[in-house]
Design a protein around this ligand. Structure first.
Ligand SMILES: O=C(O)CCC(=O)c1ccccc1C(=O)O
Ligand SMILES: [Mg+2]
Length: 326
């Protein structure tokens, strides 16, 4: 017996969540619940506006077609299925086949908003190497340098990941560097996409000695996985990448090229974040994932993230939008 249920959730976001210059008022996604005889599996399909090429409505109709075929007993593939749909469906399938790693540590690199006291609290919960992430490039570069200096000078075992999301011109990147304390530079693990163009980011890495990581670039056509000088890591956002098998293959490729693969959130709900946590534990044990985005939402969905105090939406709180069975 195969049965699939498809649900839609809508969760309000915190007022300040802006993605690519567009305010994200609420997060809309799908939850798929599969049953195969006595085994079940769940997955989340949540295309991210401004990042995913597929819309939520397109994702929904493709998921429906796929699930109808699956429930009819067909052997299924993810060829041509958009990334968010392929990722969510493949996670649900892997769970129902017992192939999905379950999270046991629920770890994430904390996203630091600039309040050092808050960061100290978050870091005290992290076992092992102290590492946090800061978004840069939103204000003047000097403000970013001074914040990085302050945090790294205050905590001598802290390491930082920075994320500029391509915000800097080469001039701005240079002024960031000018105000940075040279003594703390070696505790910046990497900066994601400092400049508008990949070639400018590579030049920044060479000039500054700060390793860079590819995020946006790694999902652009024509990108090749190679460890260019100064490139330390590749960010993998599974919802923007594809099926579980494809993400695994991608991560293996990053490792083979000699770089760090870092699993990261595309603002999934607590359900998807929990699965990403388990995947990261299994596939990238040496690189703590970037999953600290749940606090941008006002509720959790179906499965709780243990440390979160947000209210939990149950299946009864979601809209059931489809059931297919064999
Ligand atoms: O990577 C993380 O630590 C958090 C996730 C994150 O930064 C992010 C989440 C959604 C869309 C874009 C981004 C980004 O990399 O800027
Ligand atoms: Mg980024």
């Amino acid at each position: 017996m195969r049965r699939a249920r498809l649900y839609r959730y809508q969760v309000p976001m915190d007022a300040g969540v802006v993605l690519r210059n567009q305010r994200l008022k609420s997060r809309i996604g799908l939850v798929v619940h599969l049953e195969q005889d006595d085994r079940t599996g769940e997955g989340e399909i949540a295309p991210l506006p401004g990042f995913s090429l597929e819309s939520i409505d397109q994702a929904e109709s493709i998921a429906r077609l796929w699930l109808t075929q699956w429930a009819g007993g067909n052997e299924m593939s993810f060829d041509g299925v958009p990334p968010s749909v392929a990722f969510g469906l493949s996670c649900a399938l892997a769970e129902s086949d017992g192939r999905m790693p379950m999270s046991s540590c629920w770890q994430s690199v904390p996203l630091c908003t600039g309040d050092p006291d808050l960061l100290f609290d978050q870091l005290s919960c992290l076992p092992g190497r102290k590492i946090a992430k800061i978004k840069v490039g939103l204000y003047e570069p000097i403000r970013d340098s001074l914040l990085v200096n302050t945090l790294l000078e205050a905590l001598d075992d802290l390491h930082l990941r920075l994320d500029a999301n391509r915000a800097w011109t080469p001039d701005k990147a240079a002024s960031f560097l000018r105000w940075l304390n040279p003594a703390v530079i070696d505790r910046i693990d990497f900066i994601e996409e400092p400049c508008g163009l990949p070639t400018q980011s590579l030049a920044f890495a060479a000039q500054s000695g700060i390793p860079i990581a590819w995020d946006e670039s790694s999902r652009e056509p024509g990108f090749t996985l190679e460890a260019l000088p100064g490139v330390a890591a590749v960010i993998i956002k599974p919802t923007l990448t594809g099926s579980l098998a494809y993400c695994q293959q991608r991560i293996a490729g990053v490792h083979q090229a000699g770089m760090l693969a870092v699993v990261s959130s595309a603002l999934e709900s607590s359900l998807g974040l929990g699965q990403l946590s388990g995947l990261a534990q299994q596939l990238t044990p040496d690189a703590p994932p970037g999953l600290d985005t749940l606090s941008l939402m006002q509720a959790q969905v179906v499965r709780p993230w243990p440390a979160s105090t947000l209210p939990l939406l149950d299946y009864a709180d979601l809209s059931l939008i489809g059931v297919v069975e064999s």
